[in-house]
Design a protein around this ligand. Structure first.
Ligand SMILES: [Zn+2]
Length: 160
């Protein structure tokens, strides 16, 4: 079996873990991130380029002097830590991009077969949150809004 590192083309380990963890563990810090969400992010970036959106999706940017370091794996030191967040178990990624978030959402919802591991999308927020949780009700993909709660994929798709 190959390492998750072998399939990473667009993202680096530094972009997925906080600085302190990377400094301690180096590339082995990939072990804190679920392979399924890495595959999802890599596929998403490649496919967006394929449809003409050749813009980066920024997860952590601490390695370039930026202030984002808890957008992938999120330890208790993070101000946004929650013990039940998918970030805590390395199953979620938050990204920002010049690509409008709704364009990314529409692409994912139009192509569920390309993203079998994206099981949860947070909507009505200013960034992309995807995670690979197993939804308790067995639904392959759920959309959730901090304001509206769960919104059906069909309903949300009509808004895009
Ligand atoms: Zn998130």
């Amino acid at each position: 079996m190959s390492s998750t590192l072998d399939l990473m083309r667009y993202f680096t380990v530094k972009e997925l873990v906080p600085e302190a963890i990377y400094l301690r563990r180096g590339e082995a810090a990939i072990e804190l991130i679920d392979r399924r969400i890495v595959i999802s992010a890599e596929d998403l970036r490649r496919n967006l380029i394929g449809i003409g959106y050749d813009h980066p999706i920024t997860i952590n940017n601490w390695c370039w002097g930026g202030n984002r370091q808890y957008s992938g794996f999120r330890p208790p030191e993070s101000p946004d830590y929650s013990e039940t967040s998918q970030h805590t178990r390395g199953c979620a990624l938050d990204g920002v991009s010049q690509i409008p978030i709704k364009v990314i959402h529409k692409h994912i919802l139009e192509n569920p077969d390309l993203y079998p591991h994206i099981r949860f999308i947070e909507i009505d927020i200013g960034w992309l949150h995807i995670d690979c949780r197993d939804n308790a009700n067995g639904v392959p993909l759920r959309c959730w809004s901090p304001q509206r709660g769960f919104v059906s994929v069909e309903t949300y798709f009509k808004e895009l």
